[in-house]
Design a protein around this ligand. Structure first.
Ligand code: D5M
Ligand code: FE
Ligand code: ZN
Length: 537
């Protein structure tokens, strides 16, 4: 009998509601009669198990060995027929979701925690043994925004407090209303939000800086070095400007501009054991362009010894293609119902080894509110994607695994940064540079009222209060990585071939890449020591 491929075994077990450890799959693949071994293993495990461990398979193979002569020739139980009448599979804990009420389909907010309790004994005894990730900075279950004017005041105030705090100590700044009463010619510094940027008739730059007491203009002369920096400014980001007041005191001639930034001395934390994470994004299941073959190759690879140390799979949004996201999108849908798309996505997720820890945030194609910060998937979607007991959290979230902080953000603001900044500083070919700009601004989506929809909340969840060790985004469907002041920036491509819209605007996506980060080696200077890009496209 030809050897069964690991992927086929995983698919077979997944279709019957089981997750399977990588080593269990290897053992099954090596069994003389894989089909029979699968049947015996399933019969032997407890009714409520949802995972087949390597020990289960070993037990089943040992039980089976006494009758191995027969099992070679006798036809194995057909995989499509139920195991028996008193089918133990019925209560595997992988029950179909509750019948859905069409009238009740709007997303409901839920807590950003694990999608379900871990059944006892599901962690692999001999294979991967990942920790449960911890989460910070997630809006899920905490959204207070009503969209009222007061909410905008609150979120601006919070942003200003947090980011001015990061700049304090670097400049000796005064509130704008105090600067107004300072004599002309004084040295002064202001920490403010960029309220406006205009060029003067002579080609200089006028920047209005707003703080909680008022607004004050700063002038950047076009021939100064820092004039280049003005091109990198976005509305609503917080900066510090030092300079000299004009003779009449009404304007600040800028000498220097400071960003909240990441300290150059920043040193990332590392895992204290040999462990890696796969950072992927933008699967887009349900789109005609979803590349199932690439995904299958990736999932199959995860079951190979080469992927042994890859214990975490982090998904940065756009699990499915969604419906009605862009005009005419429906013409390229393979699956038209959003819930069916998640069902199909869940099936693909089952191909991932059961002993890997998965973390998911939503993106702009997912069925949660579009405005950022986005809350995590609601209960109904969680129950559809429950097989893996993934950690399901909001966009953005800081996820800590093995002591390493990973800031996960889908990436819609990257489009804006790329549109606004000069090509050399941010482009679709170098999304990591746009990510570096966000790190420098210590904000995920600075600009209100632009391309990125931002929901005003009591606090600004989009401020990067702490420096992450890794910044992980997706959305622009391009592979890009770099290091900014020792923070690893990764934009992780996609699993969707070029759509006709993307063709029309010359977006040439990078399809089927899985950046693998070696979490124990993040402190190495050479990226090739801690990052391996796997290609499955
Ligand atoms: O976005 C994938 C990339 O393509 C991202 O850079 C936005 C851009 N995109 C794709 N479709 C459109 C339309 N219709 N308008 C504007 N920008 C678009 P994704 O979120 O995966 O669709
Ligand atoms: Fe996408
Ligand atoms: Zn997207």
């Amino acid at each position: 009998m030809p050897r069964e491929t690991p992927a086929r075994i995983v698919n077979e077990l997944a279709s019957r509601g089981y997750n399977t450890d990588r080593e269990a799959v290897t053992l099954l693949a090596e069994a003389a009669d894989t089909e029979a071994a699968i049947e015996r293993a399933i019969e032997a495990i407890p009714d409520d198990a949802i995972k087949l461990s390597v020990d289960d398979v070993r037990d089943a193979l040992e039980t089976g060995s006494g009758r191995s002569d027969r099992s070679h020739n006798s036809p194995s139980t057909s995989s499509s027929s139920p195991a028996s009448d008193g089918d133990p599979l019925v209560s595997t804990g992988d029950e179909p979701p509750e019948p859905r009420d069409d009238a009740d389909r709007s997303p409901v907010e839920t807590k950003g925690v694990h999608s379900g309790e871990s059944p006892p004994g599901t962690s692999s005894r001999t294979g991967r043994n990942p920790d449960e990730p911890s989460i910070a900075g997630d809006v899920t279950g905490r959204s207070t925004g009503t969209g009222e004017y007061e909410d905008f005041l609150a979120v601006f105030r919070d942003r200003y407090e947090k980011l001015s705090g990061q700049l304090r100590g670097r400049v000796n700044h005064r509130p704008t209303n105090a600067v107004e009463s300072m004599p002309g010619g004084s040295e002064a510094a202001i920490v403010g939000m960029v309220a406006d940027i205009r060029s003067t008739a002579n080609g200089h730059w006028l920047i209005d800086l707003e703080d909680t007491t008022g607004t004050f203009p700063a002038l950047v002369m076009k021939d100064r070095d820092m004039a280049d920096v003005v091109e990198d400014l976005l509305f609503d980001e917080v900066i510090a400007v030092e300079g000299t007041l004009a003779d009449d005191g009404g304007i600040l001639f800028a000498d220097s501009i400071h960003f909240p930034d990441v300290p150059r001395t920043f040193e990332p934390s590392t895992a204290d054991r040999a462990v890696s994470a796969a950072l992927i994004s933008d699967v887009h299941v349900g789109s005609q362009e979803f590349d199932a073959d690439a995904w299958n190759r990736f999932a199959e690879w995860l079951h190979t010894p080469e992927a042994d140390r890859v214990e975490y799979l982090l998904l940065a949004g756009d699990m499915v293609e969604g419906v009605g996201v862009y005009p005419d999108q429906d013409e390229e849908l393979d699956i038209v119902d959003i819930y069916d798309q998640y069902e199909a996505f869940a099936e693909h997720l089952k191909d991932v080894p059961g002993d890997m820890e998965i973390v998911m945030i939503p993106g702009n194609h997912d069925a949660v509110r579009l405005a950022e910060p986005q809350p995590a998937f609601d209960e109904e979607l969680r129950s559809i994607m429950s097989a893996h007991d993934a950690t399901i959290t909001g966009n953005p979230s800081t996820v800590t695994v093995e002591g390493v902080d990973i800031l996960m953000y889908h990436g819609v603001s990257l489009d804006e940064v790329i549109a606004e900044l000069p090509e050399e500083h941010a482009s679709y070919d170098h999304p990591d540079r746009a990510m570096a700009q966000l790190l420098k601004k210590r904000h995920i989506a600075p600009q209100f009222g632009g391309h990125t929809r931002i929901a005003p909340e009591e606090r600004d969840y989009l401020v990067m209060e702490d420096v992450p060790d890794i910044f992980h985004t997706g959305h622009v469907h391009k592979l890009g990585y770099g290091s900014y002041h020792n923070v690893l920036t990764i934009n992780s491509a996609c699993w969707q071939e070029q759509t006709s819209f993307q063709e029309s605007v010359n977006i040439d996506p990078d399809v089927g890449y899985a950046p693998i980060v070696h979490l124990d080696k993040l402190d190495q200077r050479d990226a090739s020591d801690f990052l391996t890009i796997r290609s499955f496209g």
